[in-house]
Design a protein around this ligand. Structure first.
Ligand SMILES: [Zn+2]
Length: 257
């Protein structure tokens, strides 16, 4: 990964938080994805959100993080954005889908997965450094309900990276906050429409893309020691499966009508 050179203070902060991730079990593979894609990391003190990842296209892939966050929050925010980097490497991205509904649904899955995985990172860092501020970071972008679901499902005597149940609980919780779901639906809807309406980008649009299927979820979230929790979630036969699948696949986006 490259860091901005303009402000050495920013570079120092980014180095510090990237090193924290690099020295953790769950954060290390995320850093490796960042390196693989040569992602640029910059701090911005005017950002309305905690951070975002831009794939670039004509510019280099960049993670922008909110400079006003504490170092603890910045670390967890970086983990969240690096999950999006992983997704961009191992999966199709939402705007490659012909149908807006597919783009919206995949966006939900991307966000639920990134929020859950970064919660796992926050948990590991909080335990390792005996510092609950990593877990409080989730409150900065209102993912504390995901954190609480994760903590409730956590089995104390197994390492966090093997605790599939905690990750599944966090993932499922993402869909339960209506305000969050509609916020990302709206963003995905607008992004997808922009891509469709851009003359050049529309040429790169994959018109052959089929509908979103379970297959698309098997490729990311796989950095856990015991395999991809999303794959388990989709193939498991436990009773909660139908409801979760319904929430992902059947909530058509209202703005389209
Ligand atoms: Zn995100």
């Amino acid at each position: 990964m490259k860091k901005q050179n303009a402000h050495s203070l920013s570079t120092d902060r980014i180095d510090k938080i990237a090193n924290l991730l690099k020295n953790s079990t769950l954060g290390r593979p995320l850093i490796e994805f960042g390196l693989m894609k040569e992602v640029n990391i910059v701090l911005d003190n005017t950002l309305p959100t905690a951070g975002f990842f831009s794939e670039g296209g004509f510019t280099e892939p960049t993670i922008t993080l909110n400079a006003n966050l504490s170092d603890h929050s910045l670390t967890v925010a970086l983990a969240h954005e690096l999950c999006h980097v992983e997704q961009s490497i191992v999966s199709v991205v939402p705007w490659e889908f012909k149908h807006t509904n597919d783009a919206i649904k995949l966006t939900r899955i991307f966000e639920a997965s990134a929020s859950t995985f970064s919660t796992g990172v926050a948990y590991e860092l909080a335990e390792k450094h005996k510092d609950s501020r990593y877990l409080h970071a989730l409150e900065d972008w209102e993912d504390d309900d995901i954190r609480n679901a994760f903590l409730k499902a956590r089995t104390a005597n197994i390492p966090v990276e093997k605790d599939i149940n905690a990750f599944v609980a966090g993932f499922k919780q993402w869909f339960k906050k209506r305000r969050r779901v509609s916020h990302y639906d709206k963003a995905a809807f607008e992004c997808h429409n922009n891509v469709r309406n851009t003359p050049f980008l529309s040429l790169t649009f994959n018109e052959q893309a089929g509908n979103l299927t379970f297959k698309h979820m098997e490729n990311f979230g796989h950095v856990l020691t015991h395999g991809n929790y999303l794959k388990k979630l989709m193939t498991h036969t436990q009773s909660w499966k139908p409801r979760c699948i319904l929430e992902i696949f059947q909530n058509a986006y209202k703005h389209q009508k």
